[in-house]
Design a protein around this ligand. Structure first.
Ligand SMILES: NC(=O)c1ccc[n+]([C@@H]2O[C@H](COP(=O)([O-])OP(=O)(O)OC[C@H]3O[C@@H](n4cnc5c(N)ncnc54)[C@H](OP(=O)(O)O)[C@@H]3O)[C@@H](O)[C@H]2O)c1
Length: 284
């Protein structure tokens, strides 16, 4: 299988490049290919001639998207259209990474793949509009929605918590948003399996279980053997430019249909903390 990954230098892209064995994999990143430019995307895919394209490139600064709306839609919606059109022209399959932020967070039971999209932020809107356009251009594409990703090779919540915990005696973390933390390594492995199984349609892929950011931060601090106090606060007390869904737990039913089951987020966190220790010891 020939595979081309857009966004290879990102958190997920790093994990995909490390985990993907056997197949011929080409990773593309900025500045080599900017997905806002259709001609650059077309030239790259004509060169790599993929059977599968994994589209992990995105403008992922959720708060930044609120003040840079033009950039958010240019990358996260129009860039996706460019990649979908290139895939269609070549007859390649496409797996696109989307987000729990396409939902409004008003449910109290896990979101299923056919629940209505009702994004609350610009980032969420750009992803939701990309999904709709993508399904028009390539109805057989695979859309993987994930959430709360963490891992080595990029900015993520556990890394931020550990850096702060190293210098502070207490941390305030919101306890009224629930979601599913997802380890980039486990997500990458699931994506590889989905491509091998020729998956299509929307699939929700997260580690098993759910928690609040507060629960997650407490588990991170404890798992790292630190004594920093973690204090629960409300989203209102920690106001941010972009609204976050209060509840964004994604149902794993669509993933289980492919006989893929991911470990719990607690198990994933333990492996991440081990990997981080090794990576820090190895140096930059
Ligand atoms: N992280 C999460 O919690 C989360 C949750 C749900 C869904 N997702 C989705 O999962 C995917 C991967 O996320 P991630 O956390 O790995 O993201 P990330 O670490 O921010 O990486 C994004 C990648 O996209 C590249 N990129 C940005 N603008 C580009 C452009 N105009 N043209 C080409 N490449 C561009 C970045 O390049 P540079 O590094 O050079 O900027 C980087 O390689 C994204 O689609 C994201 O929306 C992420």
């Amino acid at each position: 299988m020939n595979v081309t990954i857009f966004g290879a230098s990102g958190l997920l892209g790093n994990a995909l490049m490390r985990e993907w064995g056997e197949d011929r994999v080409v990773g593309l990143s900025l500045p080599e290919v900017d997905i806002r430019h259709a001609d650059q995307v077309r030239a790259a895919t004509e060169r790599t001639r993929p059977d599968w394209i994994v589209l992990a490139a995105a403008y992922t600064d959720v708060d930044g998207c609120e003040s840079n709306q033009q950039l958010a839609f240019a990358v996260n919606r129009d860039g996706v259209v460019h990649v979908a059109e290139a895939a269609k022209q070549l007859g390649a399959r496409l797996l696109f990474l989307s987000s729990d932020y396409v939902f409004d967070g008003q449910k109290t039971v896990p979101y299923e793949i056919d629940d209505a999209r009702r994004p609350q932020s610009i980032y969420g809107r750009s992803k939701a509009e990309a999904e709709v356009r993508l399904l028009e251009i390539l109805p057989q594409c695979c859309i993987v929605r994930t959430s709360w990703m963490f891992g080595i090779g990029g900015k993520c919540f556990p890394d931020t918590i550990l850096q702060l915990a190293a210098t502070r005696s207490a941390l305030d973390v919101v306890d009224d948003q629930l979601g599913c933390p997802t380890y980039s390594v486990d997500l990458a492995r699931a994506i590889i399996q989905l491509c091998r199984k020729a998956a299509g349609g929307i699939v929700h892929v997260t580690n098993a279980g759910n928690c609040s950011w507060f629960d997650f931060a407490r588990a991170i601090v404890q798992g790292a053997g630190l004594t920093t106090q973690v204090r629960p606060v409300s989203s209102q007390q920690m106001a941010r430019p972009a609204l976050r869904p209060a509840y964004s737990v994604l149902s794993p039913a669509s993933l289980h249909r492919y006989r893929i089951v991911l470990p719990t987020w607690q198990d994933a966190l333990r492996r991440y903390l081990d990997e981080r220790k090794i990576s820090l010891a190895a140096g930059p």
